[in-house]
Design a protein around this ligand. Structure first.
Ligand code: FES
Length: 102
């Protein structure tokens, strides 16, 4: 069963925004896309780099350190040097508030 962690109000994020939260020693990246809100592990799987410092292009997050790209929706590693997928997390929006299931 998920532990739902509040992130922020939905209207505090613009489309293609990404931010990170810490919960239980874990960094989670939260993204707002055209079709909803998504969450993945917050650190790149190549090296320890906070992905919320990266760039969102459509449904892709590009790591700022070496340019590796991941699919935000599936967590799939798309371009070298990343080859290990990101874990993804459930997201819900209730009463205009974003929650991540961890
Ligand atoms: S740390 Fe992310 S691509 Fe290298």
């Amino acid at each position: 069963m998920s532990d739902w962690v509040r992130v922020c109000r939905l209207d505090e994020m613009e489309v293609e925004d990404v931010l990170s939260i810490e919960h239980g020693g874990k960094l989670i990246a939260v993204y707002r896309l055209e079709d909803g809100v998504y969450a993945t592990d917050g650190h790149c799987t190549h090296e320890v780099q906070d992905l919320s410092d990266g760039f969102v292009i459509d449904n892709i997050i590009e790591c700022p350190l070496h340019g590796g790209q991941f699919d935000i929706v599936t967590g799939k590693a798309l371009t070298p040097p990343v080859c290990v997928d990101l874990a993804t997390y459930e997201v819900k929006v209730e009463d205009g508030e974003i929650f991540v299931g961890i």
